[in-house]
Ligand binder design. Structure first.
Ligand code: AMP
Length: 186
């Protein structure tokens, strides 16, 4: 019996995923064009395509754990980790993680921000994949890398993966040699 794609599955390309992401002008403040991924998340075929495409990339890369960055990173981290049959670690805003944490504070355009991770998040020798929805200026990812690299000696960040990269902000230049993979570029 030959394998045939139905119409819905044929339309499930990363190009279609790019097209369904919505630009919201001036959110959360004037001058920002916010990449709204909720139409993609709500589309079962395109969401599954996105996770399957990530799975195909990482299934043979010996990843031991997926690190999701609050909050939209959690959606992709948990779906991908489930697909790969591995665990998830959360990087969260201050005061959300219940156990002992390490912290990293970093500069934003206006002010500073802090992220936290549990002190027992990794075990020695683990290969880590970091995942978030958008790579913009790279500040969040640089802080995430610092948080991991300063506090955990013997783990390796295999790659940082993003659904979307805003190329014009040159975020990947901040990333000190960590491989970066983005599925959709603007
Ligand atoms: P950055 O630290 O500048 O790379 O920003 C990364 C974080 O901010 C990501 O976790 C995104 O969720 C969010 N973000 C930044 N810019 C945008 C944008 N234009 N649209 C949607 N999310 C954004």
């Amino acid at each position: 019996m030959s394998f045939r794609l139905n119409d819905e599955q044929k339309g499930a390309t990363m190009e279609a995923a790019k097209n369904i992401i919505r630009d919201v002008q001036d959110f959360p403040k004037e001058g920002i064009i916010f990449k709204d991924i909720t139409p993609l998340l709500g589309n079962p075929v395109l969401f599954q395509k996105t996770i399957n495409t990530l799975k195909e990339r990482y299934v043979n890369m010996k990843v031991d754990v997926v690190v999701g960055v609050e909050a939209r990173g959690f959606i992709f981290a948990s779906a991908l980790a489930y697909a790969l049959g591995i665990g998830v670690v959360m990087i969260r805003k201050p005061g959300k993680l219940p156990y002992k944490t390490f912290q990293e504070t970093y500069s934003l355009e206006y002010g500073i921000d802090t992220i936290e991770i549990h002190q027992d998040a990794f075990i020695s020798g683990q290969n880590i994949l970091i995942i978030d929805d958008v790579l913009a200026t790279g500040g969040t990812l640089a802080a995430t890398l610092d948080l991991i690299q300063k506090n955990f000696d013997d783990v390796k960040v295999v790659e940082a993966a993003f659904l979307i990269e805003l190329d014009f902000l040159k975020g990947r230049e901040k990333l000190k040699g960590t491989p970066v993979h983005s599925m959709i570029h603007y």
